[in-house]
Write a protein that binds this ligand. Structure first.
Ligand SMILES: [Zn+2]
Length: 366
């Protein structure tokens, strides 16, 4: 692989947004502690900072990059931080830091590859409750799944206030907890709003069908976010949860996620300690489910949900999901590029069979 730096990594440099011609000079090599092969170094002609191939990789500054892949796969298989640490002989805090860094990159990868949804018109939405630290501190997860591909479009996380009946032991526990930590905010509406607004941003002005249960607030929030472009279909929460239920894709996806994300398991030691860390954990799950695994186990073709939605020409491997840094927004190197030549926001002329880049590039996730 002959790597060519696609842009200057310094966000204040003119060659960051619009790299012109050969904006860099070759500047020797160095041997990283974790790789045997020498790493080429470069220097920007404008701002004169030096950088290397490593600067563009997700394992930039990692001491143990060889465990990134198992940490990624084990976190998406419901294994706890402590057990991963034991298996790979790293400390539990190192696994936590790695897990958070990987999750953050997978969040940006999803933002970059799916900043627009070129196809898909039917979306299924539902909320799910979990908790942080103790079962009385409820947390809301608002998730949207695309009907045909089962692509997890977005998940919003927020706190919930669900008070037990006055006089019960649980209520006394909640009262003591609120005395000590202040009144728990209820962000259910904000969560629903955030999830639907994210779908709106991805589909643009296209008309869509939204399927939800009959919770009263969904209709007004959907109308507020989508206006006339939504056809809202309601299903009773009492309808049998069979494959013919219109909410089957979201109900199943929530069950799969509770099984594979340790932080969502109620009767275990793995449950979430801080809701603020949940989005990174959910991003790891969604990345593997959306971009790597095939849609259903029974499918003959190895096409992930993102391939069904024309977001990528073929499913990505775990190595590709973890290769290039994605926190440069649409500037980031495309996961399918082996030499750094193709960026996420560019038309995929170089890759045969790849879909054209949807919509105009916008600064996302930078
Ligand atoms: Zn520069």
């Amino acid at each position: 692989m002959d790597f060519t730096p696609p842009f200057c990594p310094n966000p204040d440099c003119s060659h960051h947004q619009r790299p012109e011609g050969r904006f860099f000079l070759r500047y020797g090599t160095f041997v990283a502690a974790c790789h045997a092969a020498p790493v080429p170094r470069f220097r920007c002609r404008a701002c004169r900072i030096t950088f290397s191939t490593q600067t563009f990789r997700q394992d930039y500054r990692d001491r143990r990059p060889e465990v990134n892949r198992p940490v990624f796969e084990l976190l998406a298989s419901g294994v706890g931080f402590r057990q991963i640490g034991r298996l790979h002989r790293i400390s539990v805090s190192a696994v936590q830091r790695k897990g958070h860094k990987i999750g953050r990159q997978q969040h940006f990868l999803h933002e970059n590859l799916c900043h627009r949804l070129p196809v898909g018109n039917v979306f299924v939405f539902d909320e799910e409750e979990t908790f942080e630290t103790a079962s009385i501190r409820r947390v809301d997860l608002a998730t949207v799944v695309e009907q045909e591909s089962w692509f997890v479009v977005t998940t919003a996380v927020g706190s919930l206030r669900r008070l037990a009946k006055p006089g019960t032991a649980r209520r006394r526990w909640q009262d003591r907890d609120e005395e000590r930590h202040g009144k728990r905010p209820d962000e259910s509406s904000q969560c629903v709003q955030a999830a639907l607004a994210d779908v709106r941003r991805k589909v643009g002005d296209r008309r869509i069908v939204l399927r939800t249960d009959q919770k009263a607030s969904y209709q007004s929030i959907a109308r507020e976010v989508f206006g006339e472009q939504v056809q809202h279909e309601l299903t009773s929460g009492k309808a049998p949860r069979t494959p013919w239920n219109p909410l089957f894709p979201i109900n199943s996806m929530q069950a799969i996620r509770r099984d594979l994300v340790g932080a969502l398991r109620p009767q275990s030691w793995l449950h979430a300690k801080k809701a603020a860390k949940l989005p990174a954990r959910l991003a790891i799950f969604a990345s593997l489910k959306n971009y790597q695994r095939k849609r259903f186990t029974r499918d003959k073709e190895d096409k992930s949900p993102a391939v069904h939605l024309n977001l990528i020409p073929r499913s990505l491997t775990t190595v590709e999901l973890q290769r290039w840094r994605q926190d440069f927004g649409l500037h980031s190197i495309h996961p399918l590029s082996s030499d750094g030549s193709r960026r996420v926001g560019e038309p995929a002329a170089a890759a045969p069979g790849a879909p054209a880049a949807p919509g105009a590039p916008a600064a996302v996730g930078a």
